[in-house]
Design a protein around this ligand. Structure first.
Ligand SMILES: Cc1ncc(COP(=O)(O)O)c(C=O)c1O
Length: 459
């Protein structure tokens, strides 16, 4: 496949970065362009080279584990296209996500329908589109699948102790070990094929030992399955991996716990294929959001009945994206965000206690309750890093505010690397560390990308 043609014909705004230019330069360029006009809408710059870097890092740290990217985290076509080119698989939660991934030419075997509670019509859709791998955690789900999808390859989702994760999932999903046995017995009666076990330690995991416990629990369920005559060959270790460098627990620290646990409970020579469903890991750090100050209020101390000293005022900044847009992550993803300044303050510049608010008429629409910033003016820009995960995917246009445009970039060097991986697989240095499982590090790339108009430019 010619990735270059695929991207050049894609329907998103994409710019190649020549040597010496970075995503930050594009951001700067867009901001400079905005100085000449009134158009100061919020926008993203997303570096697809960062996604590539993450993939190489994944393959190095977890050579046995094939990533199936969790589309729900950021369903932008450019992201899915990049990961499809790298040979990743996909975790889809719905018919629409399956449609998106398949529209890019990804074969059904590279998709896991990883939603344990599915609408019947969507199970039928998966069946008619040859998507066979799917998760379940209840008897009712087994019965639906028995009725609608005779070729399903079922993966039993087990609960984990996700009490230390940022976003807990096991309150809603996952069977206990006791229930797992009952479900396996029921599946046997229904003549269904159970191929493996999945779990999710919770998004934003802070305790790597949760993976060890979950892998050990999965081993128990494999053993129960074997007793009942199932040939289980798939372990899905879910998501939970950090997406930015400011996370307390580093990706490599988690990998250092997972690898020995896999070796202990699922030794590589036993033929169990291991996959994962990383979302945040792949996309968080690739996206930077620029928002513009559209209104401002100065709250003087005297208003609160104290001494009136200008320097003691607090400032309220109103910007053009908020919690109903990209910053929905504050509510849904328990995110804490802080801006960086586009214009560097002078060394002696006075700093004020500030709050930052979104553009809607809702009093809930507050992005930052308290931070320290200089006296900024209308039209100034604030930047937010690490905004790729659970942001654009769940944002709305409440109050009529449109979602920010996304400008994708990739360096020429990253581009060439992507093409090379697409054509020849991973470079030798990485392959030496990769397992013998050919799908693990993304060598099954066979993506056809549809021709559409684009605005590809070279800096
Ligand atoms: C089933 C499933 N898999 C994977 C993910 C992705 O998790 P993360 O972004 O923590 O990697 C989620 C997130 O909610 C999920 O529900």
């Amino acid at each position: 496949m010619d990735v270059l043609n695929g991207f050049a014909a894609a329907d998103f705004d994409f710019t190649f970065l020549e040597e010496g230019f970075s995503a930050r330069d594009i951001m700067e360029q867009k901001i400079n362009e905005s100085l000449l006009s009134d158009d100061k809408d919020a926008f993203y710059v997303a570096d697809l080279g960062d996604v590539l870097k993450k993939h190489l890092r994944w393959c190095r740290a977890l050579p046995r584990v094939t990533p199936f990217y969790a589309v729900k985290c950021n369903d932008s076509r450019a992201i899915v296209m990049t990961l499809a080119s790298l040979g990743a698989g996909f975790d889809c939660a719905s018919k629409t996500e399956i449609q998106l991934v398949q529209s890019l030419g990804v074969e059904a075997g590279r998709i896991i329908y990883a939603n344990p509670c599915k609408q019947v019509s969507q199970i039928k859709y998966a069946a008619s589109h040859e998507v066979q791998m799917m998760t379940f955690d209840s008897e009712v789900e087994l019965m639906k699948v028995a009725r609608c999808h005779h070729n399903a390859k079922l993966v039993l989702r087990i609960a984990t102790d996700d009490s230390k994760a940022k976003c807990r999932l096991s309150v809603k999903f996952g069977a206990s070990l006791k229930t797992s046995r009952e479900l396996l017995e029921r599946a046997k009666e229904l003549g269904l094929d159970i191929i493996g076990v999945s779990f999710h330690v919770g998004s934003g995991c802070t305790d790597p030992e949760t993976y060890t416990q979950a892998i050990s629990d999965a081993r128990c369920v494999f053993d129960m399955g074997a007793e009942l005559g199932f040939n289980m060959t798939l372990l899905d270790i879910g998501g939970g991996f950090p997406g930015s460098e400011d996370a307390k627990l580093k990706f490599e620290e988690i990998a250092a716990v997972i690898n020995p646990a896999l070796e202990k409970y699922f030794p590589s020579d036993r033929g169990v294929r291991v996959i994962a469903e990383p979302g945040r890991y792949y996309v968080a750090s690739a996206y930077t959001l620029a928002v513009n100050i559209i209104a401002k209020k100065v709250i003087k101390k005297e208003q609160s009945g104290l001494d009136a000293d200008e320097d003691d005022s607090t400032l309220m900044y109103y910007v053009n994206d908020g919690v109903y847009g990209s910053f929905n992550c504050i509510f849904y993803d328990h995110a804490h965000v802080l801006p960086t300044l586009h214009k560097k303050p002078k060394p002696d510049e006075h700093l004020f206690s500030c709050s930052i608010w979104g553009p809607t008429c809702d009093g809930l629409d507050r992005i930052v309750e308290q931070c320290v910033l200089p006296d900024l003016q209308l039209g100034d820009w604030l930047l937010f890093d690490n905004m790729g995960a659970y942001t654009v995917a769940a944002s709305s246009t409440f109050n009529g505010f449109q979602k920010p445009d996304i400008h994708y970039v990739m360096s020429r060097a990253a581009w060439q690397r992507l093409q090379q991986i697409c054509a020849q697989g991973l470079p030798d240095a990485l392959e030496e560390q990769c397992s013998t499982n050919a799908t693990s590090c993304g060598r099954e790339s066979s993506l056809e990308i549809p021709a559409k108009s684009c605005s590809t430019r070279v800096l």
